[in-house]
Design a protein around this ligand. Structure first.
Ligand SMILES: [Zn+2]
Length: 54
């Protein structure tokens, strides 16, 4: 059924941001510098999920 949907999303969110590229996490998908704040990262992740790579 639901086998770790939250887990895979969290893992994907970790993979999505390059922590060592700049002063803060950089999105690997769109290259944006994201605020080093979990809420911003979650929001950015959700935005990519919603736009589905567009
Ligand atoms: Zn992005």
């Amino acid at each position: 059924m639901s086998q770790g949907d939250g887990d895979s999303a969290a893992q994907g969110m970790v993979d999505m941001f390059d922590e060592g590229a700049g002063p803060g996490p950089v999105c690997r998908v769109c290259g944006s510098l994201v605020a080093p704040d979990e809420l911003y990262r979650q929001a950015h992740w959700d935005w990519h999920e919603a736009s589905n790579g567009a």
